[in-house]
Design a protein around this ligand. Structure first.
Ligand code: C2O
Ligand code: CU
Length: 499
């Protein structure tokens, strides 16, 4: 009896323990599973990432379990999507180097150079020319690549480590080739360990001029970058005088290579915003408004310099300015803000966005979870943490619409590689100005954007936030053309790490 009682009592204690253990397991097992599920292999193909999203278009394969099946379907490798070797009109060699650098301002930083300078050499081409750039890695131990930001190069020349090539190791080289099909202002930067390498100076400008040049208009490059907390223009701080005779017109090509937007305005004269992200604005009117330039974006501002030589300042972030004419003290930021959704004059689009073949959602949020085993508050895409993000699948020729909705609490400058998209609407309000073409678009928190583009550049393309700290925190997806594969792997022996 006693034994039985004891056994009963013992059983109760056991039950309590069991309940406690089960309760603990109920927490630990799912958390452990989530942790284990978040782990990313040391070497993986981006083709296998996430969930294929066909956007209502035809599915490229019978099972939706993964896109890897496409490789087995005998697809086209990104290596085949390259400009073939041959003569080049513009032929440049860029040698990447890590170490101490003296900026044009005289300030010494620890960073990166191309041919001994940062920003790297400006690459200039005339529309229609063949451009060839040989990248040599002198001593950057993590490896380097060059990505042609905003330029619709062939996929195999896109310069993304682990997606379109292996990172170039110390002593190695890689030759990029592309036809300069589009005139405008662009830039290039490393896409290997991109956040520290770009912040540290591994970038430069790419300018393509129309065959007739700019005529009588002066052409001034203003690449702005924050090196270790200091805003610079072409490596200089404060006022940077530029050439421009009184009474002439100048085009100032502002390139924002930072992780955040820069506010630009012009003191001393009105300006016209003549191009955004390398696309001409249709019939832009003179304005005095302040302009927010997205991280990674470019804005070409045209100013008629006063005939009497009075000063003009193109203010960048209120800390630096490109100056013309007689000295003019810094000017305050105007209250008005230029809204590209309503700026310029409407014009017909080269395609019909209402006849879309695919419609995608790119919803950006944030939640607690594990990112590759690390607990934290991470970005989500369509509710999921990286790498469980959508793989947007298209076919060549598709008209694609994408609805970007940012409810994450922070700003995200979204950048799609290899394509230019037109912004159709913001918060459902349609655009009423010039067609607003972008490759880099600030998605403000609490706002949504409808964009559209034609899938006319087969490949495997990143579609990510250009606050480069964020893709490293999981805000990154890809656009994949059905049947395109990559032989490259993130991680692995080349230590490919595109973010
Ligand atoms: Cu300017 Cu994916 O980059
Ligand atoms: Cu972001």
């Amino acid at each position: 009896m006693l034994r039985a009682r004891r056994r009963t009592w013992g059983t109760r204690a056991h039950r309590r323990t069991l309940v406690a253990v089960l309760a603990a397991l109920a927490v630990v097992v799912p958390v452990g599973w989530m942790w284990a599920d978040s782990l990313v292999p040391a070497r993986y193909s981006v083709e296998d990432m996430g969930t294929p999203d066909f956007g209502g278009g035809p599915a490229g394969m019978p099972d939706h379990a993964g896109t890897a099946g496409m490789a087995g379907m005998g697809g086209t490798s990104v290596d085949q999507l390259r400009e073939p070797p041959g003569p080049a009109d513009v032929d440049v060699t860029l040698v990447a180097r890590a170490g101490r650098v003296t900026l044009a301002s005289g300030r010494v930083i620890d960073g990166f150079t191309l041919n001994g300078v940062t920003p790297g050499p400006e690459i200039r081409a005339v529309q229609g020319q063949m451009v060839q750039v040989r990248l040599v890695n002198e001593n950057v131990t993590q490896g380097v690549t060059l990505h042609w930001h905003g330029y619709d190069v062939p996929s195999g020349d896109d310069g993304v480590a682990g997606v379109t090539q292996d990172a170039v190791p110390v002593g190695g080289s890689f030759v990029y080739r592309f036809r300069a099909g589009q005139a405008g202002t662009f830039w290039y930067h490393s896409h290997q360990v991109a956040d520290p390498q770009v912040q540290g100076g591994l970038f430069g400008a790419l300018v393509v001029t129309p065959p007739g040049g700019l005529g009588a208009t002066g052409d001034v490059l203003a690449l702005t970058h924050v090196y270790q907390g200091r805003r610079t223009v072409d490596g200089r701080e404060g006022d940077v005088p530029a050439p421009g005779a009184p009474g002439t017109r100048v085009r100032v090509r502002v390139v924002n290579t930072d992780n955040g937007p820069v506010q630009a305005w012009v003191g001393g004269a009105p300006y016209r915003l003549v191009a955004i992200d390398g696309h001409d604005v249709n019939a832009p009117a003179p304005t005095t408004d302040s302009l927010s330039i997205t991280a990674g974006a470019r804005a070409d501002l045209e100013v008629d310099l006063p005939a009497d030589g009075a000063g003009v300042r193109v203010e960048l972030g209120g800390a630096s300015a490109v100056t013309f004419g007689r000295p003019l003290p810094p000017t305050p930021r105007p209250a008005g803000e230029l809204d590209p959704l309503r700026y310029g004059t409407p014009a017909a689009l080269p395609f019909d966005p209402d006849a879309a073949d695919r419609r995608f959602d790119y919803d950006i949020g944030r939640r607690i979870g594990f990112l590759d085993g690390t607990p934290g508050l991470w970005w989500t895409v369509n509710g999921h943490l990286w790498p469980d993000v959508p793989m947007y699948v298209v076919r060549e020729g598709d008209v694609v619409r994408m609805h970007i909705d940012n409810q994450s609490g922070e700003l995200h400058p979204m950048h799609l590689h290899g394509h230019h998209a037109v912004v159709l609407a913001r918060d459902g309000v349609p655009a009423t100005g010039s067609p607003w073409w972008v490759d880099s678009l600030d998605a403000q928190t609490g706002h949504s954007y409808d964009i559209a583009f034609v899938a006319d550049n087969p490949g495997l393309w990143m579609d990510h936030c250009h606050n480069l700290a964020h893709p490293a925190e999981g805000l990154m997806a890809h656009l994949m053309y059905e049947g395109v594969t990559t032989p490259y792997r993130v991680g692995g022996d080349a230590h490919n790490d595109p973010e």
